[in-house]
Ligand binder design. Structure first.
Ligand code: AMP
Ligand code: MG
Length: 486
């Protein structure tokens, strides 16, 4: 275990030079206070958990102090935002402080979000508010605990520095960890600025640092694209199976590693609604829940376009066509686990579709349905769940088919329960829960956010005494409007 000052840096991205990022120092925020820390994320850096108790910890993660080996830089990238190409984005309010190598030899980017203005800030103030920093922190660590690939979060620091959004709020910083911060938009930037030598250099960096196995393939860049397609198919399958809506699937928010990245107005579904739009600013529903599948493919096509100087177009197209079948296979696999099935059957897809339609028309709570389905025998569970449906005839027909289908996977209820509870979380980061702890934190009370984070770090465990966190939202919590403002 290490102390904060012991970290070992090896800043590979910084060494790519000024065409890829610009040196910028963090602008500290005033009177820093540690809001919440993730012990699980600390272990990624081999950090001794007690380190978080020191004065210095909050100072470092509020931009007041830096390691001598850190080389803070703002990365340049572009991207398609809501379908339109924006030629220059970049880190407008976050800095890559450096890359830490842990004892296992893994590299972790330290990215300080809310660190002040950079050459890429455009009209922005370079800051992040407490509310959005807490939301990203909770989601990063919760998705990871659910088994959904994600960037990670080490801590949030609050301050007395005022920032203006729709009203006056206060600045915060989030320390994000990821094995890479390279986005689809990084490749797009060098493609559209016609700097194809730099595009190649970026590709070589990604290959050697993140996809070394692809280097042994006859066409390394094509192998890399295939890897990105596969990882994204698996990622989106997880989002759809667990009811996660990202909200801003712009190509600059898509990670080359296929992890959930750049959290904004995200939401987990409460009542099942395939058309749910979690981003209040998304007027057309481009990023609605069910659109996430075609949009991921659209973003992969944008990445493929940016790789055309490196890989023949036909080969990219052929690889892109793997996305949907790969997605579908992963999705079915996850849904079978959620429904308690070990085997696969040709009729499964139809049964899943019918269930979702029934849930949609009766506004059934998406997460709690699956948890309850595994809690007792199929007969008992279905008898109880029946109360939540309006179309009883439809539900009864489905339940009959579900019972028959489940019988084929063995009748041992203890095994079925253990298996289903390991796939169906009891605790989900619902928007109203996030809102409650944000309200408290804005008043200076960090107890609730710490408790919620602890509960959501073990989402599959029963956790007696904390059942209130598994409840459906109250009426006010169903209609929270979360916008891009952060
Ligand atoms: P996001 O919506 O957080 O994915 O950000 C989209 C782009 O806007 C990125 O280039 C961000 O760095 C930039 N950005 C967002 N908020 C701010 C801000 N408050 N100040 C400066 N740049 C920002
Ligand atoms: Mg972004």
């Amino acid at each position: 275990m290490k102390s904060l000052t012991d970290l070992t840096f090896d800043n590979r991205f910084a060494r790519l030079g000024d065409a890829f990022s610009t040196p910028v120092l963090p602008e500290p925020i005033a009177e820093p206070r540690l809001v919440v820390v993730s012990p699980a994320a600390m272990t990624l850096l081999d950090l001794e958990p007690r380190e978080a108790d020191s004065e210095e910890f909050a100072q470092v993660f509020a931009g007041h102090k830096l390691w001598s080996e850190a080389e803070p830089r703002a990365m340049v990238y572009s991207g398609h935002q809501f379908g339109s190409y924006n030629p220059r984005l970049g880190d407008g309010r976050g800095l890559l402080l450096g890359e830490v190598v842990n004892d296992a030899g893994e590299y972790w980017d330290l990215h300080l979000k809310g660190a002040g203005q950079t050459p890429y800030s455009r009209m922005g103030d370079g800051r992040a508010v407490l509310r959005s920093s807490i939301r990203e922190f909770l989601a990063s660590e919760h998705l990871h605990a659910l088994g959904i690939p994600s960037s990670r979060a080490l801590c949030v620091t609050a301050s007395s520095t005022p920032v203006w959004r729709e009203k006056q709020e206060s600045a915060a910083m989030l320390l994000r960890l990821a094995q890479s911060h390279v986005r689809f938009g990084h490749f797009e930037y060098f493609y559209y600025t016609r700097q194809h030598d730099l595009l190649k250099q970026l590709g070589e960096h990604v290959l050697s640092c993140h996809f070394p196995a692809c280097l042994a393939q006859p066409e390394p860049y094509l192998a890399m694209f295939r890897e990105v397609v596969e990882r994204n198919a698996e990622l989106i399958a997880h989002w759809q199976a667990y009811g996660f809506c990202h909200g801003v699937m712009n190509s600059d928010n898509m990670s080359i590693l296929g992890i959930t990245f750049d959290y904004g107005p995200y939401a987990f579904l409460d009542d099942f609604d395939a058309n749910h739009i979690c981003n209040h600013s998304d007027d057309t529903g481009r990023y609605s829940f069910s659109n996430q599948v075609p949009i991921a493919q659209w973003n992969l096509a944008a990445l493929g376009q940016a790789l055309t100087p490196l890989v023949p177009l036909d080969a990219l197209r052929e690889t892109l066509n793997l996305f949907l079948p790969l997605y579908q296979a992963h999705y079915l696999d996850l849904m079978r686990r959620r429904l308690g099935w070990l085997s696969s059957d040709v009729g499964d897809e139809g049964l899943i579709q019918r269930l979702l339609q029934l849930m949609q028309s009766s506004a059934v709570d998406y997460s709690n349905f699956f948890r309850e389905l595994g809690a007792s025998t199929p007969d008992q569970a279905l008898a109880r769940l029946r109360e939540d449906f309006i179309d009883l005839k439809g539900f009864d027909a489905w339940a009959c088919d579900y019972r028959a289908r489940s019988a084929r996977d063995g009748a041992d209820q203890a095994q079925r329960r253990a298996r289903m509870h390991a796939a169906n979380p009891k605790y989900i980061l619902r928007n109203y829960l996030a809102q409650q702890v944000i309200d408290a934190a804005e008043q200076g009370d960090y107890g609730p956010v710490r408790e919620l984070h602890a509960v959501l770090s073990r989402p599959f465990d029963e956790q007696p005494g904390f059942e209130r966190y598994a409840q459906r939202p109250p009426e006010w919590g169903k209609h929270l409007e979360i916008s891009c403002s952060s």
